[in-house]
Ligand binder design. Structure first.
Ligand SMILES: [Zn+2]
Length: 279
C-alpha cells in the first residue's frame, strides 16, 4: 500500500469508528441498546518519534530516581489533542511500546484490551483538558519534594536549573478537595481539582503524596521533574546548614527563563535517552 492509500485507509477507519461510536451512544441515550461499556474511537497511532520518546521518558524517570515502582508519565497524541498515551499499570522502568494505552481526555481507554490501568490516570486527562499548552505530564512520589507539601516551608528555586519554579510551587491538598480519601487522584473530580491547583504553573506539589509536573513536550516535563526533585534536595541541604538561604530572585528566575529554559533540555534529553537505550 502506498503512503497515500495508507493515509486514506486510516482516515476511513477513523471515520467509521467515530460513526459507530456516535451511533452507539445515541442509541444508548435513547434507551435503544443495553448499557455496555463503550471504548472511544482511536485517533490512530502516535508518531514513531512520540512513542519512542514516551517509552524513553518512562525509563529516564526510573533511571534518574524520580519514579520507582509507582509514578507515571504521559504524552498528548501528536495528531489529535483529545487523546493521550499512558502505559498500562506497570513500573515505569519496565515500560515498552506494547504497554502504551491510548486514552480520551475523560481517561477512558481506547485499547486497554483487559490490561490493568493506573488508577491515577485522571491526573493526566484532566490536566490535558484544562491546559491546551500541556503536551506531557509526569506524576511522581519523589521523597525529596514531599516535605515541602506537608510543612509551612515553601519550595523555592535555589538552583538556576529550577528557575521554572518562579516564586513558588502551588500545593494541592486532596483533603480540601475531596475530604478524607485514600490520597489517590483516582476519579475525574479529583483530577479536575488537581488541575485547578496547578493552574497555569509548570508543577504542583501534592500534600502527603508527591508532585505533578507538566510541559509543552516530553523533555520539558521530564527535565522539570528531575530538576524540581534536585532543587528540593539542595534546598533541604541548604536549610540544614542553619543559616539564612538566598533563593533566586524572581527577576533572576525570569531572566533564566527568558534566555531559554535550560536550552529546552535538548542536551540533557539526548544524554538521558542514550543512557536508557544503551541498557
Ligand atoms: Zn500518586
Amino acid at each position: 500500500m502506498n503512503p497515500h492509500s495508507a493515509r486514506t485507509a486510516v482516515r476511513r477507519r477513523d471515520f467509521l469508528a467515530g460513526s459507530l461510536c456516535a451511533f452507539s451512544w445515541t442509541m444508548l441515550e435513547a434507551g435503544g441498546l443495553p448499557a455496555i461499556a463503550q471504548s472511544p474511537p482511536s485517533a490512530g497511532p502516535g508518531s514513531p518519534r512520540l512513542i519512542e520518546d514516551l517509552v524513553a521518558a518512562n525509563r529516564i524517570l526510573a533511571d534518574q530516581g524520580i519514579v520507582d515502582a509507582f509514578g507515571h508519565v504521559s504524552a498528548r497524541h501528536d495528531t489529535n489533542p483529545n487523546r493521550y498515551f499512558l502505559s498500562r499499570s506497570l513500573a515505569p522502568g519496565l515500560v515498552t511500546t506494547q504497554d502504551l494505552i491510548e486514552y480520551d481526555l475523560d481517561s477512558n481507554a481506547v485499547n486497554a484490551s483487559g490490561r490493568a490501568q493506573y488508577s491515577e490516570r485522571f491526573i493526566h486527562g484532566e490536566i490535558y483538558k484544562a491546559r491546551a499548552d500541556v503536551r506531557a505530564v509526569v506524576h511522581a512520589h519523589a521523597p525529596a519534594v514531599v516535605p515541602f507539601g506537608v510543612s509551612t516551608v515553601p519550595l523555592r528555586p535555589v538552583s538556576h536549573m529550577a528557575a521554572f519554579i518562579g516564586d513558588r510551587v502551588p500545593i494541592f491538598d486532596i483533603r480540601t478537595a475531596a475530604g478524607m480519601t485514600d490520597m489517590l487522584v483516582k476519579d475525574a473530580a479529583r483530577g479536575h481539582a488537581l488541575a485547578a491547583a496547578l493552574a497555569d504553573r509548570p508543577a504542583v506539589l501534592m500534600r502527603g503524596h508527591g508532585m505533578t509536573v507538566v510541559g509543552p513536550a516530553l523533555p520539558f516535563a521530564v527535565g522539570r521533574a528531575i530538576y524540581l526533585e534536585a532543587n528540593a534536595r539542595i534546598q533541604l541541604q541548604a536549610m540544614a546548614l542553619g543559616g539564612p538561604v538566598t533563593y533566586l530572585d524572581p527577576a533572576e528566575a525570569k531572566a533564566v527563563m527568558d534566555s531559554g529554559e535550560n536550552r529546552s533540555y535538548e542536551r540533557a534529553w539526548e544524554l538521558w535517552k542514550q543512557k536508557v537505550q544503551a541498557k
